[in-house]
Every structure is written in structure tokens, then in C-alpha cells.
Design a protein around this ligand. Sequence first.
Ligand SMILES: *Cc1c(COP(=O)(O)O)cnc(C)c1O
Length: 354
Amino acid sequence: MKKHNFSAGPCILPQEVFKEASQAVLNYNDSGLSIIEISHRSKDFVDIMEEARSLALELLGLEGKGYKALFLQGGASTQFLMAAYNLMESKAGYVNTGSWSAKAIKEAKLFGEVVEVASSKDANYNYIPKGYEVPDDLDYLHLTSNNTIFGTQIKELPTTNIPLVCDMSSDIFSRQLDFSKFDLIYAGAQKNMGPSGTTLVVIKEDILGKVTRQIPSMLDYEVHISKASMFNTPPVFAVYTSMLTLRWLKKLGGIAAIEELNEKKAKLIYSEIDLNPLFKGFAAKEDRSHMNATFTLANGDLKETFDAMWKEAGINGVNGHRSVGGYRASMYNAMTIESVAALVDVMGDLERKA
Ligand SMILES: *Cc1c(COP(=O)(O)O)cnc(C)c1O
């Protein structure tokens, strides 16, 4: 039986995407060839790459607005350094909202001065800093829109005129935002888009070409743009499967439709966390993530019982990250409300039993 998979990443994808992708591994489009044995220069794959790139821009509402979409390798972790390599001349600002932001800061320091504009490290990142001043002499400001480990999410963007760079790995395509406010968006595929192995980069072209340093070809956004995201062999299976997920999302009604569903799922789990006296939410209420709900047991003695109960109910992947402890329910786009209801039922059962 298919499990209710709350894994934080790699994670659930739509069941129909799993089916179509596995069929393509055996025989792509009745060609007698597997998707992973054809040339990436073949028309079949070039078409897939182009469809993936244009679907990404279309879903984000960025078509015809001077943006390019790339499917690169090296994960979001490579973007931590690539963003700074390509965009930082002397000084950049970072908002430190968790372990991923901290890693981005560490890499950026190799390229210039990093100003930590705001941080929630003082409270183990359980909230999003607000009302901070953004200096206007920065090359860019870097944000992490959703903090996968701590379960917080930026709801309101800071007001500033300097270029915005955002790590959207764990909430891309999950909610409506004015994406044209960003100059660079990047996201590892493995949370809301596809298998691990590719990273979506969406970049406003006119922000490039402003730094004086030399950039190695593989790390240069302009090189990847000039080669239509095919500078070297792309991760064909990851790009293909991401394209299938983007098609699925478009058919569903795009980001507006999925946002509505994501709100329902979040409401369901957070109301259980708030009403059930056996559980406590980790993140500040106003900053709660609609993708990753973090919570703990009020009484740790119940851990063994609760863990046995959710496993029995066919639930997978709700153990919290070691830096928070407790539990984390990741509810990415492909997660059904029925799966969230299954977890909420187990939480209710625990209350009735205890
Ligand atoms: C998972 C994650 C990353 C790391 O992504 P990789 O593709 O493994 O490098 C970075 N940032 C955020 C917000 C994440 O959730």
C-alpha cells in the first residue's frame, strides 16, 4: 500500500508523475528507447528542456518579463556560491532565518563582505525577523522564503530597491507571490518539483554582467543562458520528471489552485496542533510554514506510543530534524489532504487514548 509520505525532501511527487516517469524509463513515447538512454541533443530531449523552462516561467507569471529559466546541477547548495560569484561585487545582505541561510552566508563570505541584515538565530530560528532596515548600498539582499527545517515562512517581503535573491527550494510553486519582485530565484527540485539532481534557477537577465571577477564557465549564469541550459549534459531524468510535475500543476490550475489546497492542509494540521493539548507548535504562529509543520509532544513519555501509532497508520517521514527535535510534517504540493487527515486522526487518537 502507498504510504502517506511526509518526508522533507526528497519527497512525494504526484502519483501520476511517478507512473508516467517510470513508463518513460522503459519506453519513452513509444520510441523503443528509454528517456535515460537518448541523446540530450535529440529533438525529444531538447523539446522536454524547452517545455520545462517555459512552464516554469509561465507558472511563475514571468513570461516576457526579461527572465530566463535554467535547470542546473549541484543542488541549491551550489547556488549559495553561484549567486555570490555572479552578483556580488563587494557587499551583499543576508537575512539569516535558519541552517540553509547560514550555509548561504558562509559561501557568500568567500566573495565579499556579508552584512547579516537580520537574524532569528537567538530563538533557534523559530520566527521570521521583521521591520529591519535594509542598507541601500548592497549588491543584493538574499532571503530564504521557507525554512524547511524550522517550519517558518516569509509572508511579507521586505521593502527595498536593491535586487532580491531568494532560495525558494521548499516552497516554489506552492503559493502566489509577485515573483517579478525577485531578480534571482533558485530551488532544488526535490521538494516541490521533481527528483533530486536538478535545480531550477530563474534569473532576470539584466542583473548579470556587472561583476568584474572572472567566472568559471560552469558557474556562470550567462554561459548557461547562452546555451539554453545545455552547456553540458543536463540531468535528463530529473528535468523530464520536473517537466511532468509542472505540467501536472498547470493542468490543476497553476499556483492559485495549489495555494488554496495548501492552505486547507495547513489549517487542518495547525488546528490539531493548537487544539490537542498533547502537542505544541514550534514556529511562531504568524510565521508558520504551509509546507513544513514543526511540532513536539508536550509530554515526551508518549513518544513511543505515538511513533508506533503513526507507523501503524501507514505514515512515513514525520520525524523532526535533529536541530529542532519532535516532529515535522512536510506537506508539499503533491501531498493530498487525505494524507494530512490521516496524520491528524492519529494525533486525535493519541489524545483519546492518553
Ligand atoms: C533542501 C534545501 C536546500 C538544499 O538543497 P540541495 O539541493 O540539497 O543543495 C537549500 N535550501 C533550502 C531552503 C532547502 O530546503
